[in-house]
Design a binder for this molecule. Structure first.
Ligand SMILES: Nc1ncnc2c1ncn2[C@@H]1O[C@H](COP(=O)(O)OP(=O)(O)OP(=O)(O)O)[C@@H](O)[C@H]1O
Length: 446
């Protein structure tokens, strides 16, 4: 990892298996699936459209004074536009993340924020300072070294001939000797490497070297810390734990940061706000939970987490599906106190797709509704079951692993669709998807 301080002055998917014995399950037993809306005062927007990358919660931030904001940023090379109209904001101490497939423009966006790539349009504000020159098309107002940003990149590239302590002190050349010494000691303590202060980087593990890189970037107290795939050289197990410890360090130091990654677990472990990017555009900028439960498009739904899209038909006041009729929780009452169903954006009879997450399907041996186990993967605490419904469609269900059901057996299910998201069925090819196909031992029905 290359760490370069440019400061010149100085809830996993929150997917939990739910067994039939839990209180929550018993409360929902035998009730029709119900969708809950969180904002009863305003007419709920049932069909979420990708007209804005911001969730409703984040949209309210727009009107507030954000500590860091990017508006309509455009970056390109030659004739090609790589980052197209990127907008986001962070409050001080918040951690943001660009998440997306390789080549979608994450690093380019980060480099433009750092001033390492010229922007072709848009503006960047940090701590009430505009960093971009709105008048000159291919220039920026504030040079990279003057932006007060720290960077932590993919490859370690610590100074191999310097000790850990001297690496950390590298960006503090303008500090007094006493202040520098105190700051290095504080950083060593922060990243729990005090006893390694005099070692050379090559005497440390990859994770430790990364913590040195982080300490070096944090030492000059950057206004914004940029992290570009900082964990990609580490093995998977270390990545998530290091991501959590980096989050802890950033929170303790109230550091505002942006992470670039293609790893959703890393993004969720570290970030407060995650921006899913696709072909240079920020498709959604929201909390991990909102991304998972309220994706604004099928792309986000499939990119973030596992799940299935099953067929539905819009009916008066509900959606008809193979899992049963899905009603929305009734929140708005008429003058007589009668509940009003939410209005749908599509007319009755419209075929739509309903997003079903693995934690939406609860296993319950006593349920009259059953599904056929057609595949499963053992994940230690849970099984991820692939279940076939009566009409042949499949959904996923995450079930505590002491519920060991063989492939080919019928198991009882209770749909618990708390955050129902539906999409126009056009342009949706995927029906069921999960990560397990790639890395885990999967048993499938023959
Ligand atoms: N200096 C450059 N000149 C021309 N094209 C470039 C340059 N740098 C990047 N690109 C192109 O811009 C696109 C986005 O690259 P970028 O590195 O931002 O993607 P990324 O999402 O960070 O990908 P990865 O996860 O693989 O790092 C790619 O198609 C890349 O080839």
């Amino acid at each position: 990892m290359y760490t370069d301080s440019m400061n010149d002055s100085s809830d996993s998917n929150a997917v939990k298996a739910k067994s039939k014995k839990t209180k929550a399950n018993s409360e929902h037993a035998k009730k029709p699936p119900v969708a809950q809306i969180k904002t009863p005062q305003t007419p709920p927007k049932k069909f979420q459209k990708p007209d804005s990358p911001f969730s409703r919660a984040a949209e309210s931030d727009i009107t507030s004074n954000a500590y860091f904001s990017v508006q309509d940023l455009i970056v390109g090379y030659d004739d090609v536009t790589i980052v197209n109209g990127l907008s986001l904001m962070l409050q001080q101490g918040e951690i943001g993340c660009f998440l997306g497939y390789s080549g979608c423009g994450k690093t380019t966006a980060l480099r433009a924020i750092a001033g390492l790539e010229p922007s072709r349009g848009g503006s960047i504000y940090l701590n009430n300072q505009c960093l971009t020159d709105k008048t000159a098309r291919h220039s920026f107002a504030v040079a990279p070294a003057k932006r007060g940003m720290g960077m932590v990149f993919q490859d370690y590239a610590l100074f191999g001939h310097l000790s850990v302590a001297k690496n950390i002190a590298f960006g503090l050349n303008k500090w007094s000797t006493a202040d520098k010494k105190a700051r290095v000691a504080e950083m060593l303590n922060l990243v729990e490497l005090t006893e390694h202060a005099d070692k050379r980087p090559n005497e440390l593990s990859g994770g430790q070297q990364q913590r040195v890189a982080l300490a070096r970037a944090l030492a000059p107290k950057p206004k914004l810390l940029l992290l570009d795939e900082p964990f990609s050289n580490l093995d998977v197990v270390l990545r998530e734990s290091l991501a959590m410890s980096v989050r802890d360090i950033l929170k303790r130091t109230n550091t505002t940061a942006i992470l670039v990654t293609h790893d959703q677990n890393e993004a969720f472990a570290l970030a407060d706000k995650v921006g899913v990017m696709d072909k240079g555009k920020l498709v959604q900028w929201a909390t991990p939970s909102e991304l998972y439960h309220e994706p604004v498009s099928p792309f986000v739904a499939e990119f973030v987490g596992e799940g299935a899209m099953i067929d539905g038909i819009i009916k008066e006041g509900h959606v008809e599906t193979a899992l049963g009729n899905i009603y929305r929780r009734m929140e708005v009452c008429d003058a007589l106190g009668q509940p009003q169903y939410c209005e749908y954006d599509y007319p009755n009879g419209t075929p739509i797709k309903v997003l079903v997450r693995p934690d939406d399907i609860i296993h319950d041996d006593d349920s009259a509704q059953t599904a056929l186990v057609v595949g499963r993967v053992f994940r230690g605490a849970n099984y991820l079951y692939r279940l076939q419904l009566d009409d042949g469609q499949t959904v996923l269900s995450l079930v505590a692993s002491h519920h060991n059901h063989e492939i080919g057996s019928q198991i009882g299910i209770l749909p618990l669709l708390e955050h129902v998201v539906v999409f126009d069925e056009k342009d949706i090819n995927a029906t069921t998807w999960s990560e397990y196909d790639r890395s885990e031992r999967v048993e499938e029905i023959k």
